[in-house]
Design a protein around this ligand. Sequence first.
Ligand SMILES: [Zn+2]
Ligand SMILES: [Zn+2]
Length: 392
Amino acid sequence: MTTATRSPGTPGPAHSADEARTDWVSAIPFFLVHLAPLAAFFVDVTWQDWVLCAVLYVGRMFCITAGYHRYFAHRTYKMGRVPQFLMAFGGTTALQKGPLWWASHHRIHHRYTDLDGDVHSPRDGFWWSHVGWILSTKYKDTDLDGIKDFAAYPELRWLERRSWIGPWALALFCLAFFGWGGLLIGFFLSTVLLWHGTFLVNSMAHILGRRRYATADTSRNSFLIALITGGEGWHNNHHYLPSSIRQGFRWWEYDPTWYALKGLAALHIVRDLRNPPARLLDQAKVKDGAFDIGMFRSYWERAAKVTGERIADLSARPVPPSPEASGPTAPPLAEVADATASTTVSDDQLSTLAGLISKALESADALAASTRRRKANKGAPADVEATEPAAE
Ligand SMILES: [Zn+2]
Ligand SMILES: [Zn+2]
């Protein structure tokens, strides 16, 4: 197993506006599923249908968090071929495409988090990170090269091509045993809730919450998102130690996916759970003064956008033309832009300066990554790496 290192110099292909178009025809079923629960107003709905909704939400969320995410994307534990297939099949019933598609795209998210190659960074907008990327034409296909380890299993490739079987079977089961209320509330409503619960991790978990570790991205820890997603809200913890089976690192960090996996380990259904090494838990903490390259980059990019990329030009700070103009209040942004535009700095100088600053960012990033890797390598072999998912 190799550690896939994030390479700051090669952030991966940026998605052009053209490539990132929404595929509206393929998106029709996505929107229809959202409308389906409304039809429940016209049928009898029983309390059993609501229980079914809750059970299918929790059960399928577990298949996504423990299966698609912590197993297929990050390999944080091991299991035999039969439970592996059952977990993958359970994941398909959540209507989030096949395990190979899901996990391979998630590995890309970790490799290029908040860089141009990221499949769903909120720096490209909330809508894009939440659902836009899923509905886009760009990420429709599965690149099996990104998930060779699991694509090697013929039964998983078979399931990947037939990921529609699980949801159809489940929908028919709900209709046959619970009637229309079971289908509309039990199946469709829980599917919509499940979708947006999962999507929150891609969008809000990079926006809402606090940062404990100075990771190279904008990931956050949020109790609310952990509550909704069965423990996936400790996203800053997760980006810090992606190969750890648990995402809640403290006893109070609610992580039922982890508790359930511990239960399955006791039953010998899963094994070799990769725990976060204790000594890494107390390193790279923002509160201890670690350089927060992720947030620095994020603020820098936003500032560059607001000032029309002129922020890179440090010599172009507006100088008030006369003493009267230098009041206690800062000049409005438009004036700042005008002032910077009127300086005599050449485009060549600007791009040199911008280049120097991105180089500085890259080396800070590389330094942070290598420091954490070195510290991680000192540990016992069972420990997880501090940098990237156990991909490949
Ligand atoms: Zn993330
Ligand atoms: Zn992950």
